[in-house]
Design a protein around this ligand. Sequence first.
Ligand SMILES: [Zn+2]
Length: 109
Amino acid sequence: MGLRIDEATFLERAISRFGARYDYSLMIYKSFRTPIKIRCVEHPVREVVITPERHLQTTGGCKYCLRTYRNQTLERVLRMDCELSDLPAPQLPRAPQEPPVVGQKSKAV
Ligand SMILES: [Zn+2]
């Protein structure tokens, strides 16, 4: 479909996006849509298998980086939320669902 990104172009884009965060030495590049194996430099315990396309569209494919990224984003959101509403921030990013506070009915009368 006119979308032809060769290995050199892909690497150029990936490096401009992620810098030295991913190691591409394991990569066998076939096409933009063929999954490649790469490695996160910070979390090399696990290889990342992802298509070049997805790699450029996401945080890169490393689950650990994604988690860090999400936590940072969430903390920022919570902090902003806290400043705006002037309420204490929740302790956990993902609080379990609390039961709604049921209005107390007085039995007296
Ligand atoms: Zn990572």
